[in-house]
Design a protein around this ligand. Structure first.
Ligand code: ADP
Ligand code: MG
Length: 649
């Protein structure tokens, strides 16, 4: 009975056990399928870093059969650096009971993993930690995407940083982004830029326009053309900026994208060129008036000279006539300056030692104006220039007088010379050749000028001086003379600080110097026959009278063609000399000269013109013309010139 009961109990027990095992197996299966189905790797290691469990995923990842892995050490499958690092972390987790995370690159370097290390307790929460569970997540794809993003960001940054345009984003008036070029343009670093409202750097005159553009763009208006404005950068320099502007959203708010570049240089060149053209047209105008006016003076001068010859010095009118002569000469001085400015030329071109000339001219000023200290810094071995000494002296005197007038309380005057080689970027705005130049600088520490004045100083009759003190012709003639010498002049000035004028004259390879100009005190006369050619009846009349008075036979011709006719018809020897006007309608003096030469290679021609000896006239002189006289000429001038030529063998 007892054994039967025992037997039943045993069977019951077995059944229960079987149930339990089945239950256990199914739970185990559930765990296993859970663990094996995850895309992450799961494994357990003991405190020796020995694998005690791993899921299918991890076995696949290590590409070895399970028995070659379980109970083997982590270090058998990883390099020493990785193994040491791993061991340290395992030790840490066991010691602290805290989870850890790291990122790890696979041994084959083909993947990245995010690993979480968690402590595993023997049984129950507070028991000893005997193992560490590691969940390793494949983050290779995520890493790749991050890297790609970083690379593309880098490319954009490279483009923006190396852009030749300054790129600025302006939002709510402030600069929220600026590339490297923008930093350079504004003279600010990244930190400073963030605190700047660009409109505060824009000069006052341009500010409204700038703000307008910004606001219109933010409200969606599209501008297709660039606009330009001036800013004062952090070094205090005014720069011209040209900018394109488009609206955009920046960090969720409306803003403007501004692409800017510096056009200061270009602007300066444009202004200079414009200035040069303006002077050219003023020159034409002034020259036209001066030319006619000069002929009138010539008439007055002639008649006065004649009247003086026939009048006794005791006559009450003698002094009046003398005064008329003086006044005509003063008038002629003015027209000469104007003509010099307009087109005139070099009267007597020689190789000039500019240093010596500066020394001499400034000495004169220095002696009389004691309140001015003169400093000279004259270059050794200064190149020579081909120039008219009298004209260059005139230029220096004008500049020195201006400087003196600009320093009413005295001051310093600096005179400098230097050799310069100018390239196209320097000469282009002035429309002249590049090459070797001699530079003359005249600097004063006087009252200076503002920009508006500086722009106009070379215009004839522009003066800021009171009546009687200035004619406004000084710098106009300086400009003209320098231009006629194929040089150029520029000016730098600051109000209250002083002014510098720089003159550049082209270097001359030619070396010759000749002195002339004896002074005659009597009026030499003659008896030869002279053909006087001029299109101006007034000149013909007064000229005939003057020449008669001097004893000459005179034939007049009102045009080049009639002059040639007359010359041909004459017995050759009858005409000893031709006085030939340069500027005539139909046939110019130059053409007439060439024709005369064909008729008679030995013909003697004295050129006359209201302009001083300019390019054309010098060319004719080179072609064998005997001399040049500037109108209005006095009886004394012409008498001297005529004898000079006629007595020459
Ligand atoms: P003027 O001396 O008869 O006024 P200029 O042609 O010589 O005529 O000069 C024109 C103007 O240029 C002057 O009235 C003056 O305003 C300005 N200027 C010339 N040189 C200087 C200088 N060194 N410093 C300041 N202003 C000058
Ligand atoms: Mg002056």
């Amino acid at each position: 009975m007892k054994s039967k009961q025992n037997c039943e109990e045993l069977e019951q027990k077995i059944h229960e056990l079987e149930q339990e095992i089945r239950q256990f197996c199914s739970t185990e299966n559930q765990y296993r399928s859970l663990v094996d189905s995850t895309s992450d790797s799961l494994y357990l290691v003991d405190n020796q870093c020995r694998y005690i469990f791993m899921n299918k995923n991890h076995i696949d990842r290590l590409r070895l059969p399970r028995e070659k892995l379980i109970n083997h050490f982590y270090s058998e499958f990883h390099n020493s650096e990785q193994s040491d690092d791993f061991a340290r972390k395992i030790k840490d987790v066991i010691a602290t009971g805290q989870s850890l995370q790291d990122e790890h690159q696979s041994s084959q370097k083909d993947g990245y993993f995010l690993r979480t290390y968690s402590p595993v307790h023997e049984s129950g929460e507070n028991s000893q930690i005997t193992a560490v569970a590691i969940v390793s997540k494949d983050i290779t794809e995520r890493r790749r995407m991050e890297e790609e993003l970083k690379k593309s960001e880098e490319k954009h940054r490279l483009l923006i940083d190396n852009s030749t345009e300054a790129i600025l984003i302006i939002r709510d008036a402030f600069i929220t982004f600026a590339n490297r070029k923008a930093e350079q343009l504004l003279g600010l670093n990244q930190e400073e830029i963030k605190r700047v409202a660009l409109k505060d750097m824009v000069i006052e005159e341009d500010r409204d326009m700038f703000i307008n553009r910004q606001q219109s763009t933010v409200s969606g208006e599209i501008f297709h053309n660039a606009y330009s404005f001036r800013i004062i950068n952090m070094s205090g320099k005014t720069i011209w900026v040209e900018s394109n502007i488009v609206p955009l959203q920046w960090e969720g708010k409306p803003a403007t994208l501004n692409l800017m570049h510096d056009i200061t240089r270009q602007r300066k060149t444009e202004t200079r060129l414009f200035q040069t053209q303006k002077m050219e047209s003023i020159g034409t105008l002034a020259g036209g008036i001066a030319h006619d006016f000069n002929n009138l003076l010539m008439g007055i001068q002639g008649h006065a000279s004649l009247a003086l010859l026939r009048i006794d010095p005791s006559d009450p009118n003698y002094e009046h006539l003398k005064t008329i002569e003086t006044l005509v000469m003063n008038g002629a001085d003015l027209t000469r300056q104007l003509l010099g400015f307009a087109r005139g030329g070099k009267y007597e071109v020689n190789s000039l030692d500019i240093n010596a000339l500066i020394y001499k001219t400034s000495e004169t000023i220095g002696r009389t104006k004691k309140e001015i200290r003169i400093h000279r810094k004259l270059a050794d071995n200064l190149w020579t220039v081909d120039a008219d000494q009298k004209q260059i002296e005139q230029v220096l005197l004008n500049l020195l007088v201006n400087a003196w007038q600009a320093m009413p309380g005295g001051g310093d005057l600096y005179l400098e010379t230097a050799n310069y080689i100018l390239d196209e970027s320097r000469t282009k705005p002035y429309d002249i050749k590049n090459g070797q130049y001699v530079k003359i600088s005249v600097t004063d520490t006087g009252i200076g000028m503002d920009e508006k004045t500086t722009e106009r100083i070379f215009e004839p009759f522009f003066t800021t001086k009171e009546m009687g003190r200035g004619t406004g012709l000084g710098l106009a003639s300086v400009y003209g003379i320098i231009k006629n010498h194929n040089g150029f002049i520029n000016v730098y000035s600051e109000k209250g600080q002083g002014t510098t004028f720089n003159i550049y004259l082209p270097f001359s390879a030619r070396h010759s110097a000749n002195g002339k100009n004896g002074v005659f005190h009597d009026i030499p006369k003659g008896t030869e026959t002279i053909l006087l050619v001029d299109d101006e009846p007034l000149i013909l009349d007064v000229g005939r009278e003057i020449l008669h008075t001097l004893g000459y036979e005179v034939i007049t011709a009102p045009s080049g063609l009639s002059a040639l006719d007359i010359y041909r018809q004459q017995e050759k020897r009858k005409i000893n000399l031709v006085i030939l006007d340069m500027v005539m309608p139909e046939m110019s003096g130059s053409q007439v000269f060439d024709e005369l030469k064909k008729i008679d290679p030995d013909v003697k021609v004295l050129l006359s013109s209201g302009y001083s000896l300019n390019g054309n006239a010098s060319k004719i002189i080179e072609r064998g013309c005997s001399g040049f006289i500037q109108k209005p000429f006095s009886l004394y001038d012409i008498s001297r010139q005529l004898r000079c030529i006629l007595d020459r063998q």
